[in-house]
Design a protein around this ligand. Structure first.
Ligand SMILES: [Zn+2]
Length: 274
């Protein structure tokens, strides 16, 4: 945490970037995009967030004048190229674990706030280790809510940069078809598993008909439009420390954060053995 704070302090002290002439091909065009995974009352991994911390983060956003966007709104503001509303934010969740239905959905509903959920098509109704996934009926209930957007997170959660071109095509296209059949809605957005992408992967995502894609780390855009490689703030236990101090800094300074700030926080929690 100290290291991340140091990076942020450096940015805050030195940032003098003017955002006046940014286009949708600059990262500074985009509002803060938050990436959650699972909400658990007893976190098992650094990427878990407690329901209480999530609720306090939603309250902070609301109390500080932030507007949550749907994926559809995010795509519209991107394609129009006229900028986003000041103080807007996109809340995203990856993988489709049960906590999104048990905790995230009700907390969002209570506040009439919007969020996007990137679902791994073949894991719905299953379990990954100690992480059960939502069921099809829970997903259907969420997808029917006007404040909830659904996107694709492949069919098997493979690292796309390690697959053959044909396998990548199947992951991006089949997941889109499955989720569209199931939700009855067009699936327009994609999130790369673990944030792994390259130029060929972006080609496949575009060819499949996605209009936007989200990463984790800021790996650059490989000559493509910036809207196919939007980095996300990896939330989790670390960001909630000290009354959400780091969460607040990231949301406020997303546009100026250096690439190294967008690190994956997937790490089992130290049980105190060392
Ligand atoms: Zn994932």
């Amino acid at each position: 945490m100290r290291k991340v704070f140091a990076v942020l302090c450096f940015v805050l002290l030195t940032a003098s970037i003017c955002h006046a002439s940014v286009t949708s091909n600059d990262r500074a065009y985009y509002p803060a995009v938050l990436m959650y995974h699972e909400l658990k009352t007893t976190p098992l991994n650094e990427f878990d967030t407690t329901p209480a911390d999530f609720a306090s983060q939603l309250d902070w956003l609301k109390n500080n004048g932030y507007v949550t966007l749907s994926l559809e709104e995010f795509i519209t503001y991107t394609q129009k190229g006229e900028g986003f509303p000041e103080k807007s934010v996109l809340i995203t969740f990856d993988d489709g674990y049960e906590g999104i239905y048990d905790y995230a959905f009700p907390e969002l509903k209570k506040r009439a706030m919007k969020a996007a959920f990137f679902i791994t098509a073949f894991t719905v109704g299953g379990i990954s280790g100690e992480y059960p996934h939502i069921t099809y009926s829970q997903l259907a209930e969420m997808a029917a809510d006007e404040n909830i957007s659904i996107g694709s997170h492949t069919i098997s959660h493979s690292r796309l940069t390690e697959l053959s071109p044909d396998a990548v095509k199947i992951e991006v296209l089949r997941s889109k078809q499955i989720l569209e059949n199931f939700t009855g809605k067009k699936i327009r957005a994609f999130a790369y598993p673990e944030g792994y992408y390259n130029s060929e992967v972006i080609d496949a995502v575009k060819e499949a008909g996605y209009e936007i894609a989200f990463s984790v780390q800021d790996r650059g855009r490989f000559g493509h439009e910036a809207c196919y490689s939007i980095p996300r703030i990896c939330t989790g236990l670390e960001l909630a420390e000290n009354d959400n101090a780091l969460f607040i800094e990231f949301v406020k300074n997303y546009k100026d954060m250096p690439p190294e700030a967008f690190k994956e926080r997937y790490k089992p929690i130290d049980n105190g053995a060392h």
